[in-house]
Design a protein around this ligand. Structure first.
Ligand code: FAD
Ligand code: NAD
Length: 475
């Protein structure tokens, strides 16, 4: 017999879980939200990986380091000179912590305003939608939910012979907390985290080497995009070693010696810090009692159908815990869709149109299909692209690297995918997402008035280029 009963219990207070909890409260459900995270003062720190050790802190450091880099490298061209430029890493890290704390506090207020019961502790799903709650402070209890959403998120993968000690060898958590700029930073994995965090510390003066097992950089985008990205990263001094397999790392005299195989040859490099960023896995450990009825996939993710139903009646799972891209906005929209479905509405998320953004400089953003995928699917398509170097705004800003590419069905002209590498790609991709969700054609974008001078004119021109009628470039 449970101590308490709720319409909905949510385990995990990241962007998936807390958004689901708020939407459920709006729909007048009695909600219990359980999240185990605490800050360094022992206070609840809702917001999950994303707010505490992911999206938000990494962007705070990317912004700080970008300001520093601009002053050091780009301001002279504007006639601005700065003497005695210095970087106080402690202030940068404190600023990041303040941003997180402000948002943690904002979420606690939102839970209160929405009358959500919040438990700071661990939740474990038992049989029959009972949940064992083990608060960080105080007595444990069980609660029963008419419905339960599992939103426990993900944790980093580790690799053999490379032990994370949190000081010299770190994962995303440690890489957001360095007390000073490492002279030499090694990064295992040139994926999203590796490129973003590598950029932060490179801009601040570290020598950064990224070891990437695959032969290709960013195979998730088309080769013209990844080539443009590789060119820019090289200019910035990021040393990306493709086709490199790390076999181990060991500590010696306060440094980390990394052994790796490059082009068949065994080599070593020594670093002050080593970041391991080789992907993430579902955080299903300790979440499920054996008889709870929820099955896992071979990869350890919670098995769900297209509507996020698990194999246990009335139990749902969302976000990084399940299939699909590991992105905060995907987790949130799944949370909303599940709650609306529970409430008898038509909850829906289109996983085909989830935008991706890598917040390097230039930013890289994409949505829908790539050319590679369209070719594999045998789809006849047209492509139009346009460089920022041909836009007045890009040149005026001094940020003209990169281009926009739009892919449209050869027959119907419906937009099937888009990729942007360039300034504010993270914001501009939204126009393409909207167009695709409205089943728009490249002709629709071509006929829409875009303000001048703006970066979004590159989208307009790329849409025109699909039909070989871009104005500011030869077609
Ligand atoms: P999480 O955010 O992981 O939240 C799950 C929460 O549940 C955590 O607080 C966890 O401690 C808690 N929990 C787990 N098990 C239990 C339990 N049994 N009981 C109680 N609580 C539990 N995505 C983007 O879209 N944009 C970005 O810019 C971006 N940047 C990132 C940068 C980094 C460095 C990292 C690591 C990730 C980044 N991501 C980004 C990915 C993003 O953080 C995740 O996709 C997102 O957080 C997933 O949300 P979620 O709610 O599924 O899980
Ligand atoms: P990732 O999958 O993006 O990249 C991991 C990289 O490591 C891959 O390129 C892989 O080939 C490589 N790799 C794997 N094993 C290796 C090995 N032994 N040696 C060398 N290279 C190896 O994973 P990530 O960077 O850890 O990020 C995890 C997830 O977090 C991302 O996939 C994404 O879903 C999310 N994330 C998103 C953002 C964003 O949206 N801007 C930012 C950070 C993280």
């Amino acid at each position: 017999m449970s101590d308490k009963e709720f319409d909905l219990i949510v385990i995990g207070g990241g962007p998936g879980g807390y958004v689901a909890a708020i939407r459920a409260a709006q729909l007048e459900m009695k909600v219990l939200l359980i999240d185990d995270r605490q800050d360094e003062d022992g206070k609840p720190a809702p917001g999950g990986t994303c707010l505490n050790v992911g999206c938000v802190p990494s962007k705070a450091l990317l912004d700080s380091s970008k300001h520093y880099h601009h002053i050091e490298h780009d301001y002279a061209a504007h006639g601005i000179s700065v003497d005695g430029l210095q970087m106080d890493v402690g202030t940068m890290i404190d600023r990041k912590r303040k941003v997180i704390k402000q948002l943690n506090g904002g979420l606690m207020q939102l839970f209160k305003a929405n009358k959500i019961e919040f438990a700071n502790g661990r939740g474990k799903l038992l049989a029959g939608r009972e949940v064992e709650v083990s608060p960080n402070d105080g007595e444990g209890y069980t609660a029963k939910g008419k419905q339960v959403i599992l939103a426990a998120g993900s944790v980093p993968f580790t690799i053999p012979n490379v032990e994370i000690d949190g000081e010299h060898v770190v994962d995303n958590v440690g890489a957001l907390e360095f007390g000073e700029v490492p002279e030499r930073l090694g990064v295992i994995g040139a994926g999203v985290i590796g490129l973003e965090m590598g950029s932060v510390w490179k801009r601040l003066g570290a020598e950064v080497i990224l070891f990437e097992a695959m032969e290709e950089l960013l195979p998730v985008v088309d080769p013209d995009m990844s080539r443009a990205a590789a060119r820019e990263f090289k200019k910035q001094g990021l040393d990306i070693r493709l086709g490199t397999k790390v076999s181990g790392a060991e500590l010696a005299d306060g440094k980390v010696r990394v052994s790796f195989v490059e082009k068949g040859e065994e080599k070593t490099e020594t670093f002050d810090k080593l970041l391991v960023a080789v992907g993430r896995k579902a955080a299903s450990e300790g979440l499920l009692a054996e008889d709870c009825g929820v099955e896992l996939t071979e990869r350890g993710q919670v098995k769900v159908d297209q509507d996020c139903r698990t194999t246990a009646d009335g139990v749902w799972a969302i976000g990084d815990l399940v299939r699909g891209p590991m992105l905060a906005h995907k987790a949130s929209e799944e949370g909303v869709a599940v709650v609306e479905t529970i409430a008898g509405q038509h909850g829906h998320i289109n996983l085909d149109h989830v935008p991706w953004v890598i917040y390097t400089d230039p930013e890289i953003a994409w949505v829908g299909k790539t050319e590679k995928q369209l070719k594999e699917d045998g789809v006849d398509y047209k492509a139009g692209s346009f460089p920022f170097a041909a836009t007045g705004r890009g040149l005026a800003m001094g940020e003209a690297a990169g281009h926009v590419k739009i892919l449209a069905d050869a027959e119907t002209d419906r937009i099937l995918g888009a990729q942007i590498i360039g300034p504010t790609a993270s914001e501009m991709i939204a126009e393409l997402v909207v167009a695709m969700e409205f089943a728009g054609a490249s002709e629709d974008l071509a006929r829409i008035v875009h303000a001048h001078p703006t970066l979004s004119e590159a989208i307009h021109e790329a849409a025109l280029a699909v039909d070989k009628r871009a104005i500011h470039k030869a077609n």
